[in-house]
Design a protein around this ligand. Structure first.
Ligand code: PRP
Ligand code: 7HP
Length: 187
């Protein structure tokens, strides 16, 4: 491992194959994405919708780099049941608290893998008639895509491997790691 655990000194060391992106690399890319988004939304007040739980770290870093006024809201969705593969069934655990009709909406995801989660959310939100709907994801595991979803902003394209850290979990753990790493497949 090239980076030591921070804020997690009492935590068991996760079984890591390789660190993909260090905390510094993630922060630098988040700044670049925020520049692009701020430029594209100039004069508008988008609503950033974070998909819990994984997307929350990315949202909190991204919004602090945005230079446009914006609002935030949350949806809680789950399809992995904590494991390494999707159940294929997207469950809405908590819905938005605001009406998005006529608003500029930006969905903020941590990862797009099969695309099933995002495809479901996208169609659900489009049915509520936003003025516009765009998507930003930090990670794009496009080799695994099962349904085509239009993504407007991508942080990093990653290989087909299970990753943890920076919001991403394995059995609900490791979300607090400041870096993103590939888990050992026999972990
Ligand atoms: C993860 C992730 C995405 C989704 C991507 O959520 O945050 O929402 O999986 O996978 P897909 O493209 O194959 O649908 P998860 O269901 O693990 O919930 P979590 O964010 O609470 O961990
Ligand atoms: C969901 C998810 N959660 C954690 N790590 C991954 O690689 C994942 N893909 N899809």
């Amino acid at each position: 491992m090239t980076e030591t655990l921070q804020g997690a000194s009492k935590m068991k060391e996760p079984d890591i194959e390789k660190v993909l992106f260090t905390g510094e690399e993630i922060q630098a890319r988040v700044k670049e994405l925020a520049l692009d988004i701020s430029r594209d939304y100039e004069g508008k007040v988008p609503i950033l919708i974070s998909v819990l739980k994984g997307g929350v770290l990315f949202l909190s870093d991204l919004m602090r780099e945005l230079t446009v006024l914006h609002e935030i809201d949350f949806m809680s969705v789950s399809s992995y049941d904590g494991g390494m593969d999707t159940t294929g069934v997207v469950r809405i655990l908590a819905d938005l608290s605001i009406n998005i009709e006529g608003k500029d909406v930006l969905i903020v995801e941590d990862i797009v893998d099969t695309g099933l989660t995002l495809d479901y959310i996208r169609h659900l939100l489009l049915g509520r008639h936003p003025k516009s709907l765009k998507i930003v994801t930090l990670l794009d595991k496009r080799e695994r895509r099962r349904v085509d979803v239009p993504i407007d902003y991508v942080g990093f394209v990653i290989p087909d491997a299970f990753v943890i850290g920076y919001g991403l979990d394995y059995q609900q753990k490791y979300r607090n790691l400041p870096y993103i790493a590939i888990m050992k497949s026999d972990a």
